[in-house]
Design a protein around this ligand. Structure first.
Ligand SMILES: [Mn+2]
Length: 197
């Protein structure tokens, strides 16, 4: 598992290829600066090499331009997927200074944000995928408080009880171990969990 540990955020990511094969069709990238945390999770259509090529292209372009707002990052992802197979893409950017979460998604990537007060926000997935065709993107913005947690995952993971899992008393190690225990191998699976201390 991949761990990011900074003053403003802790995050853990796990990624598992379908049937334990080499090429995972999902890709993710995350980074924390002094000002924000950004994560993209992309699920390439299908599986194997060409699914990976698509999801990796989206993550590569975001890793270069992560300082931009997420509408422009979604545009860049979309353009990067022209003449490739395509991908479901979700981008979350958490602004430490304004204490705001910005989120945009096209396709079946799920996002849950659990506030310190116990409010669970889970934007419904927008159907479709990015493949270079012009699209409009709708970004959600909402405020957060310290002590919040979040989860982003690809559709390889089937979750029924997110609220008890993201409770503040559950450590990120506990949550990631639990999520890993649910990985079936039937599809590429990626999750990113984070906590804003
Ligand atoms: Mn998938």
């Amino acid at each position: 598992m991949d761990v990011l540990h900074q003053e403003n955020i802790r995050a853990v990511a796990g990624q598992y290829a379908k049937n334990g094969q080499g090429d995972c069709g999902d890709s993710y990238y995350m980074i924390a600066t002094e000002d924000y945390y950004l994560c993209i999770l992309a699920d390439g259509l299908g599986s194997g090499e060409f699914a990976h090529e698509s999801s990796a292209a989206a993550c590569d372009v975001v890793s270069i331009h992560h300082d931009e707002d997420i509408e422009s990052l979604m545009e860049r992802c979309n353009r990067s997927l022209l003449k490739k197979r395509g991908a479901a893409v979700a981008i979350v950017k958490i602004m430490f200074d304004t204490k705001e979460v910005h989120y945009c998604c096209v396709g079946n990537v799920r996002f849950y944000f659990y506030s310190h007060a116990g409010k669970l926000t889970y934007p419904l997935p927008v159907s479709g995928y990015l493949s270079g065709r012009p699209q409009k993107f709708k970004t959600q913005r909402f405020p957060f408080e310290d002590g919040s947690s979040f989860l982003i995952h690809s559709d390889g993971l089937e979750l029924t009880r997110v609220r008890p899992l993201l409770q503040p008393q559950n450590s990120l190690d506990y949550i990631s171990a639990h999520l890993e225990s649910l990985v079936s191998g039937a599809d590429d699976t990626t999750f990113v969990i984070g906590r804003l201390p």
